[in-house]
Design a protein around this ligand. Structure first.
Ligand SMILES: N[C@@H](CCC(=O)N[C@@H](CS)C(=O)NCC(=O)O)C(=O)O
Length: 92
């Protein structure tokens, strides 16, 4: 299974804005959940990741393999590295 991402964020958070600007710049589309507009999203973030800090990238590698990555710099670095990886499906 290819990795599935969800970015937990909110609009006025400057750290979130940095991640969103990176995504726009590389034309990478990731589903987002705004924790101020969506109470369920906030609950999922705290339950899943252990704290309500944003931005947080939920990385699902398999149904039972989920990572919650905090820290805007780490999120940008992680996604940059993923983009640089060759895509075996595209090479077929
Ligand atoms: N060093 C973190 C800072 C993240 C941060 O401070 N986020 C704020 C919103 S701008 C937050 O979620 N604060 C509430 C909390 O930590 O529970 C990063 O770069 O992602």
């Amino acid at each position: 299974m290819t990795e599935q991402y969800v970015l937990y964020h909110y609009d006025s958070c400057l750290y979130c804005r940095g991640v969103r600007q990176f995504l726009d710049g590389v034309d990478m589309r990731i589903p987002m959940r705004d924790i101020l507009l969506d109470r369920e999203a906030h609950i999922d973030l705290v339950r899943g990741g252990g704290k309500g800090t944003v931005p947080c990238l939920r990385i699902e590698r398999d149904v039972d393999d989920v990572e919650w990555l905090y820290e805007s710099d780490d999120i940008v670095e992680y996604l940059s590295a993923q983009r640089r990886k060759p895509n075996p499906e595209a090479l077929r």
